[in-house]
Design a protein around this ligand. Structure first.
Ligand SMILES: *[C@@H]1O[C@H](CO)[C@@H](O)[C@H](O)[C@H]1NC(C)=O
Ligand SMILES: *[C@@H]1O[C@H](CO)[C@@H](O)[C@H](O)[C@H]1NC(C)=O
Ligand SMILES: *[C@@H]1O[C@H](CO)[C@@H](O)[C@H](O)[C@H]1NC(C)=O
Ligand SMILES: *[C@@H]1O[C@H](CO)[C@@H](O)[C@H](O)[C@H]1NC(C)=O
Length: 371
């Protein structure tokens, strides 16, 4: 039996609390009023999944409202220590002072009662757009928590000049966060109109609170594995799971390279293939590539979801699902597993839920009690 289960926040999955009132717009509507959620960022801290950002569609008084979407104004949490189904799950709402954003970048810090840093993304419906601000959610270990504007950088002047990106590839180890590429426009940060690619990679040391920005041409641990990268996903593969690295490796999948001298258009930007895989060492910045075999996922593929789990005594499986083909303006409904250390892709039986993009997926580890 698998030691892990994949849980996903696909767009049309029913998620609601029965206690909600009819005819009132809510971040967590009644099951029967719920239509879809998208563009969230989600992470697991202890016994809880935290879900932040994104937008929601719902029925109001029995009819779907004419507005295309509503911004979700609270951070949500779900207890994963107990069993639930999508029609009886209890979802807690936690108020937040910062304006809601779509697909914010998050770096999860599990130290103490845990929390996560949130930066970038697109201000929902283009409302309340600010300058570049990093926020921190501190979890309380009981499914709640609180937000504060994060200003405790060891080098605040370095953060001040950074642009606030969307569509970058992010991942974190236990103590370092990374954000590769992305782009900026009028709904990501005050003062922009055109969509501009952001070259390089931002690294953040969650212990020393030092932030840095490296380009592909730099030497040393701050260098970026890509010059530009939009719509890709990154995933941290821990040590002792079939790779040779002592500190684990970060795998970067999919997305597009982009132009920096003109408006970004993913339709005619080359997409990265899923055969020649890119990794980098989170400690040294060393880059690696590896040719994979098996059922290579079609590309270009952007805005899909990725997670992974250690396979006891064997290696590590990376799971990807869905995404968008920007060249053909279409969406994927397929799922794959990349098995390490063999680097073999296997097409998963296609999930019945249809195509998805801008969704989130995460792994929940269950400990089986031997009864
Ligand atoms: C739903 O009903 C409430 C209460 O009667 C009303 O205030 C609201 O405008 C209605 N919403 C729509 C979309 O008709
Ligand atoms: C979130 O707040 C905005 C602004 O007050 C409001 O228009 C929107 O309906 C709220 N979203 C939900 C899901 O209630
Ligand atoms: C990082 O540095 C590059 C090169 O100077 C710059 O173009 C890019 O905008 C910077 N990244 C961020 C997030 O500001
Ligand atoms: C794989 O990609 C890297 C760049 O990331 C390149 O240097 C290498 O030659 C490629 N390998 C093959 C076999 O195409």
């Amino acid at each position: 039996m698998f030691p892990a289960r994949l849980a996903s926040l696909f767009g049309f999955v029913l998620i609601a609390i029965p206690a909600a009132v009819q005819g009132v717009r809510l971040d967590v509507p009644r099951v029967e009023d719920f239509v879809r959620r998208w563009n969230v960022a989600a992470t697991v801290i202890g016994d809880y999944v935290y879900i932040d950002g994104g937008e929601i569609n719902q029925f109001e008084n029995g009819t779907i409202d004419e507005a295309p979407v509503y911004q979700v104004n609270s951070t949500l949490s779900i207890d994963i220590s107990t069993s639930w189904t999508t029609s009886d799950v209890s979802i807690r709402t936690i108020g937040k002072p910062n304006a809601p954003r779509n697909a914010p970048m998050i770096w999860t810090d599990k130290e103490g009662t845990g929390g996560f840093y949130s930066w970038g993304g697109v201000f929902s419906l283009g409302r309340s757009v600010t300058g570049s601000e990093m926020w921190k959610f501190s979890a309380d270990g009981r499914g709640g928590g609180s937000w504060s504007l994060f200003q405790d950088f060891a080098n605040p002047e370095a953060f001040k000049i950074l642009l606030s990106p969307e569509r970058g590839a992010y991942a974190n180890t236990d103590d370092k966060g990374f954000l590769i590429g992305g782009s900026v426009w009028g709904w990501t940060q005050l003062g922009f109109t055109d969509t501009q690619a952001i070259p390089g990679m931002v690294s953040f040391d969650m212990r020393t609170k030092e932030i840095s920005n490296g380009t592909a041409n730099d030497a040393g641990s701050n260098r970026s594995p890509f010059e530009t990268l939009i719509g890709a996903r990154a995933h941290f593969i821990p040590a002792n799971t079939g790779t040779k690295s002592h500190q684990g490796l970060i795998l970067v999948l999919g997305g597009h390279r982009s132009y920096v001298d003109r408006q970004v258009s993913l339709e005619d930007s080359p997409g990265f293939d899923f055969r020649n895989l890119s990794f980098f060492d989170p400690e040294t910045g060393e880059r690696y590539w590896q040719i994979a075999t098996g059922d290579i996922p079609p590309y270009p593929r952007a805005h899909f979801c990725v997670t992974g789990f250690a396979v006891a005594g064997v290696g590590y499986d990376v799971f990807i699902f869905g995404g968008r083909n920007e060249a053909q303006q279409s969406h994927y409904d397929d799922a794959y597993i990349l098995s390490l250390p063999g680097f073999v892709w296997t097409l998963f039986p296609t999930p019945p839920a249809g195509p998805r993009f801008f969704q989130s997926v995460f792994t929940i580890i269950f400990t089986m009690n031997p009864h």
